[in-house]
Design a protein around this ligand. Structure first.
Ligand code: FE2
Length: 264
């Protein structure tokens, strides 16, 4: 169940955002722009430049689509607040990134549990202009289509620790490409500088077996060596890898479970 509802989208893909929503968007982007400067990876910063998001108003889907289409052929697809896994995987497999057309309220300015328009657009769309990231995400959708529900439970961790919470090496430095981090000012700083966070080299088998919680700062992040590594991962036999992970079982969580994390 969701507390949020997407705003209607016209045939041409336009949303009638209110003046209040325009100012919330402005404040969210303004605050996050300063935080990501030295922390987001080059691919993200390049994509953000291409998107050229407005500051004074909420951007419109056709504006985003134009840039995505010209770079990687992706599109954003307006959806109700929550969609089921079948729809989610079908959209990704067809190079369509689901975006709920609602924006958080002032009361939830710092944190909300469901992905809103700011998270999807500011967090994810810049990376979708990167060909390795885009190919990985498309392939992930196709995998999900072919997976059993048990395999999907494990595959969800691959998405979580890359698209949502991935880190990448740039020279000696660690940078962020995960949209779950890049749409959160606190986690953008914590992911790179927090003393409590563990940052570990990406290992597919470990990633697939690592439990996570969606409502806390991540205790662990996985680091890829370059964006091209995502493409390489997508070329592996991932359903077989998933079966090996299922066989090996989940690793002990680095957090107190609030509730069973997955039905396995
Ligand atoms: Fe997301």
């Amino acid at each position: 169940m969701t507390r949020y509802h997407s705003k209607p989208v016209s045939k041409e893909g336009w949303v009638n955002w209110s003046i209040e929503e325009d100012t919330i968007w402005h404040d969210l982007v303004k605050r996050q722009q300063d935080v990501i400067v030295d922390r987001a990876c080059e691919a993200y910063l390049h994509g953000l430049k291409l998107l050229d998001l407005p500051l004074d108003r909420v951007p419109q889907l056709p504006e985003i689509n134009k840039v995505l289409y010209e770079t990687t052929g992706w599109q954003v697809e307006p959806v109700p607040a929550l969609i089921d896994f079948d729809r989610f995987f079908d959209l990704l497999a067809n190079k369509r990134f689901p975006v709920a057309t609602f924006l958080r309220s002032r009361d939830e300015f710092d944190y909300l549990q469901e992905p809103d328009f700011f998270h999807e657009i500011f967090g994810h769309c810049a990376m979708l202009t990167n060909s390795d990231f885009a190919a990985f995400t498309e392939h992930y959708g196709k995998l999900g289509q072919a997976a059993t529900s048990k395999q999907r439970g494990y595959l969800a961790r691959l998405y979580w620790f890359t698209v949502e919470f991935g880190l990448v090496k740039e020279g000696e430095k660690l940078k962020i490409y995960g949209g779950g981090i890049l749409s959160s000012p606190a986690e953008t700083i914590y992911a790179l500088e927090g003393d409590m966070a563990v940052r570990e080299e990406f290992n597919l088998h470990t990633v697939l077996r690592t439990p996570y919680r969606i409502d806390i700062m991540q205790p662990k992040y996985f680091v890829i060596n370059e964006m091209a590594e995502l493409f390489k991962i997508s070329q592996e036999n991932l359903l077989h890898q998933t079966d090996l992970a299922i066989e090996a079982g989940l690793l002990p969580p680095l957090f107190e479970p609030k509730e069973p994390t997955h039905a396995e």
